[in-house]
Design a protein around this ligand. Sequence first.
Ligand code: SAH
Length: 216
Amino acid sequence: MTFSLPSLKRKELVEKLIRSGIKDKKVLDAINTVKREFFVNEEFKRYAYDNNALPINCNQTISQPYTVAFMTELLELKEGEKVLEIGTGSGYQAAILKVMGAEVYSVEKYEELYLKAKSTLGSLNYKINLKCGDGTKGWNEFAPYDGIIVTAGSPKIPEILIEQLSPGGRLVIPVGDRHSQQIWQVKKVKRNGDFKQDITRFDDFKFVPLVWEEGW
Ligand code: SAH
């Protein structure tokens, strides 16, 4: 069997993620499918399959593949579920969610990034609902969501995102100060007739900041 170079590199990346503890087969298959080289700028294409964050326009970054895999695993997505991403950036994370069979909505603050992600995702034929605006307010029109993933670091949980989760829904969000954040998985559960948040916190990560009203 012959492999083109990017597909070989993708396979190596997947093996690295497995060694780092990523177990969800659907997540690993998605990483093995989505062509990350299309989501990075020309000058970084040769680093597309390094397990690193890389610069994109507007002083933002495409997240490290390990971080994408870790957060996506925590979404615990089932086929056909509806998921909202805050921080489209390059569109890579949105493509991963789409390949996993989710119905994907994604909001980006910078128009330049929104337009570029729209063109990248369109050219690769990933049908994703994109919006340019402040994601700290969620996307009410299509709520509730089974999963919400925030790909920028936040000082707190924007309450409106919890409101836009369906019962049993999962919010995955980096929470912390400007220098480092923990990834929180927040499950919206019904207990004694009221909605409660079950929070599990994971390791330290470093994200670009979530900005605007509910962010920094
Ligand atoms: N998920 C992206 C990673 C992008 S980095 C990818 O796969 O490439 C985080 C993104 O969040 C940046 O693009 C940044 O502009 C965006 N962002 C920050 N604050 C935001 C907000 N309030 N609303 C929407 N997007 C925001």
